[in-house]
Design a protein around this ligand. Structure first.
Ligand code: AMP
Ligand code: MG
Length: 403
């Protein structure tokens, strides 16, 4: 058996080459950019008004006040989307809306609140500074400025900026493609109304499919496989031929007579990277590689499967997308004593109570059995404790959060 650290190091050395692709902005939510992105144009694109009001010449109205307003002739309008075509000359003003292009000749904006209209003319009560309420072309950034460095994740805000500068197609790391093989003759679909007494409902398929999507990857297919060597070989071969980067298997990696995943992978040409880690839960995790495809044989126990996904598969999916930070962690304080009396590294599931301006407080979930889904449902994350480790109350420790 190898240690958790050794397993992570082996995985890190065997990450397949990340794939890149050009993608439409509308498909790019949560993707990571695969190269630096520079502004193709300045922002703002043109000099415009920051206020609804009048575009004027400073020289005409800088001395104006309520008692002695400047009186200017209104010669037209610059609307957002419909610019004024002529020029603001001395003694005139152009009505202007927020975001509308600054007309030629004007050098300042007077907001509506500082004016009074009387038909053809406008009275200006105040114009405090030359250039007031103007947004100048390029004042936010010039053409050619770095907008995003490689590996930035594209969320709502980043997509908005890319759309604003007209970058409609961008290069990102292709979301890794995953196929899921769920083994187990005892399994019934979760929506099966006629489940037999000796069957159990498949909870891993929906759990792992959701976890894959949560990690930014794309699930291509889910295949259910009976505990038969031939069927397992066939399913692994098909996934390999589809070119999926990650094949996730659930169940069938222990030492039982009906556990076929390891042998099936070998038969299809995979080379074992490791099998069995000194950890709890998830000891039988099996990982193998064939060229650019990694196969994870996750233990069938739902909690073990999820913990192995969180600690090993999720970081690999992150690296395939050019990032190391899909897993969120925080420093927290133990509310009570936590110990690992076992002989293996323990992924202890904890609740996290996070109050504003206080260090988060963690408590161990009472029931940690690897067949007890409640141990992950009621937990917010987990801490990694080596054999013999003791955390006294109020000790600081790192928690890996589930989301
Ligand atoms: P295995 O790793 O195949 O030996 O399975 C270990 C345990 O996990 C057994 O009790 C299985 O019934 C259970 N199990 C396996 N696959 C699933 C699944 N997809 N959903 C729920 N439980 C499962
Ligand atoms: Mg099984």
């Amino acid at each position: 058996m190898i240690s958790v650290q050794e397993a992570l190091a082996i995985l890190h050395e065997n990450i397949p080459e990340p794939q890149r692709q050009s993608i439409s902005l509308s498909q790019a939510y949560k993707c990571y950019v695969s190269r630096d992105i520079y502004a193709p144009e300045p922002s703002p694109r043109y000099t415009n008004s920051a206020m609804d009001g009048f575009a004027v010449r400073w020289a005409d109205c800088h001395n104006s006040n309520r008692q002695q307003p400047a009186r200017l002739e209104i010669i037209g309008e610059s609307q957002a989307g419909i610019p004024f075509k002529s020029e603001v000359v001395s003694g005139t003003a152009v009505r202007i809306s927020t975001g509308a292009m600054l007309p030629q000749g004007a050098d300042s904006i007077v907001r509506v609140e500082d004016t009074k209209e009387d038909g053809t003319h406008v009275e200006i009560f105040s114009c405090r500074s030359l250039g007031q309420d103007i947004r100048y072309v390029g004042e936010e950034f010039k053409k050619g400025m770095l907008l995003f460095s490689k590996n930035t994740c594209l969320g709502a805000r980043e997509l908005a900026l890319l759309a604003a500068v007209g970058l409609h197609t961008i290069e990102v790391y292709a979301p890794p493609r995953v196929s899921l093989l769920v083994t187990g003759t005892e399994l019934a679909r979760f929506d099966n109304q006629e489940i037999k007494p000796h069957q159990i409902r498949d909870s891993n398929a929906i759990m792992l499919a959701s976890a894959v999507s949560d990690a930014g990857a794309r699930l291509r297919a889910t295949v259910h496989v009976q505990d038969s060597l031939e069927q397992t070989i066939e399913a692994v071969r098909e996934a390999l031929e589809e070119g999926d980067t990650i094949i996730l298997c659930s169940g069938g990696v222990s030492v039982g007579r009906h556990d076929h995943v390891k042998e099936a992978a070998r038969a299809v040409g995979f080379k074992e990277l490791f099998w069995k880690i000194r950890q709890k839960p998830g000891k039988p995790l099996f990982v193998c590689r064939r060229e650019n495809t990694l196969l994870f044989g996750l233990p069938g126990n739902p909690v073990s499967a999820f913990m192995c996904f969180s600690n090993y598969v999720r970081p690999v999916l992150a690296e395939l997308q050019g990032t190391a930070s899909i897993n969120h962690s925080l420093t927290a304080k133990t509310a009570e004593r936590i110990v690992n009396n076992g002989k293996r590294t323990n992924f202890i599931r904890v609740t996290v109570e996070d109050k504003p301006n206080e260090i988060a407080l963690i408590k161990e979930i009472a029931q940690q059995g690897s067949h007890m889904l409640s141990s992950i449902v009621h937990a917010d994350g987990y801490i990694v404790m080596e054999p013999g480790a003791v955390l006294e109350p109020c000790s600081l420790t790192q928690v890996i959060l589930f989301s």
